[in-house]
Design a protein around this ligand. Sequence first.
Ligand code: SF4
Ligand code: SF4
Length: 148
Amino acid sequence: MSSNEFWKTKSLQEMTSSEWESICDGCAKCCIFKFEEDDTGHILQTDVVCKLLDLDTCHCTKYEQRKTLVPDCITITPDNILQLKWMPASCSYRLLAQGDDLPAWHSLVTGNPKSMQLANKTVQGRVVSEIEVDDIEDRIIGWFDPNN
Ligand code: SF4
Ligand code: SF4
């Protein structure tokens, strides 16, 4: 094991803030709008992403101000990651919290910051921005399955 593989030796709680941030694989799946059905609690997924997401890079364009600009943006922490049932199974925080390893395409593993996009693991090319949509509920594409 490389001495740089901190995610294998530290818990999420033990990571520095920069280590924690580097765990995010940049998929941007958590920036997709979802709805929760009142009666069933089922999560319905759309193909619409937050207005602050850059559709090319899949990065938040106002990351430091996101909580002010988008109050519904959830801050992910070591304590809540496993409680957020709408987080995708592929989320790197979720994988580590479950005791799994990072995927082979993660930039921390490959050393290439573009490896997620090269492996087609981001929302790039599959979503539209909310600024292009009149009614987000018209863009529901199906049930959200957190195991996929
Ligand atoms: S789903 Fe997880 S890994 Fe993907 S962008 Fe969101 S926090 Fe990062
Ligand atoms: S504010 Fe940024 S991090 Fe939060 S949902 Fe929007 S694009 Fe994603």
